[in-house]
Design a protein around this ligand. Sequence first.
Ligand SMILES: C[S@@+](CC[C@H](N)C(=O)[O-])C[C@H]1O[C@@H](n2cnc3c(N)ncnc32)[C@H](O)[C@@H]1O
Length: 210
Amino acid sequence: MSKRINAILKYIEKDDIVLDVGCDMALLGIELAKKEKFSCASDLRKNIIESAIKKVESLNLKKFIEFYVSDGLKNINNPKINTLVLAGMGAHLIINIIDESKLKYNKIITISNNDHYVLRKYMTGNGYKIEKEEIIFEKDKFYNLIVFVKGKEKYSEEDLIIGVNHQNILLLNKKNEYIVNKYKKILNNIIPEKDRKRIERLIKIFEVKR
Ligand SMILES: C[S@@+](CC[C@H](N)C(=O)[O-])C[C@H]1O[C@@H](n2cnc3c(N)ncnc32)[C@H](O)[C@@H]1O
């Protein structure tokens, strides 16, 4: 099982009825089904859903997964769903999909490919707080899982940049070190003064050991 799927599973609780948006081959749904836990899975691409259904049928797990072909949440009609998983997509697509949900879901688990600051800022400005975060390292890449739940909390700019309640501090520090090195390489080039100032400010924040 992939480390990313394994990490998502840790944050799914007994009463969560999950919709995995952009499920691809429904790997998350399959792991939940193996534990006899029902979930929903959707993807934009019809052919992917057809392949996922075949796979799930071959494993004899079809009764545990409800499939949808859907662009975001457009065709989703199961009122029991209370938890969204959005993984392997860009932050802006994730935000568009959540915006479309009228913010009715209790819990939203994301693994965005980029722009975690933008995602945290949008979510915490729209009725959610950050419950937990976890850095995952898989196939030479860092991933940042975030669990948002309904609620209100104040966050500093630094919180929105680094994240809060990180569960794996060792990997968080490694990821931040990697980012600092990346930024330092950029500073070796000739860049506009305002970009230099912004990057220097970010380096100071990312350099702090947590
Ligand atoms: C990189 S895959 C990630 C698969 C899986 N969630 C994971 O994390 O391993 C992204 C998936 O999102 C789907 N997708 C892209 N845009 C979408 C949208 N607007 N609505 C639903 N699914 C979408 C793609 O078809 C693709 O299967």
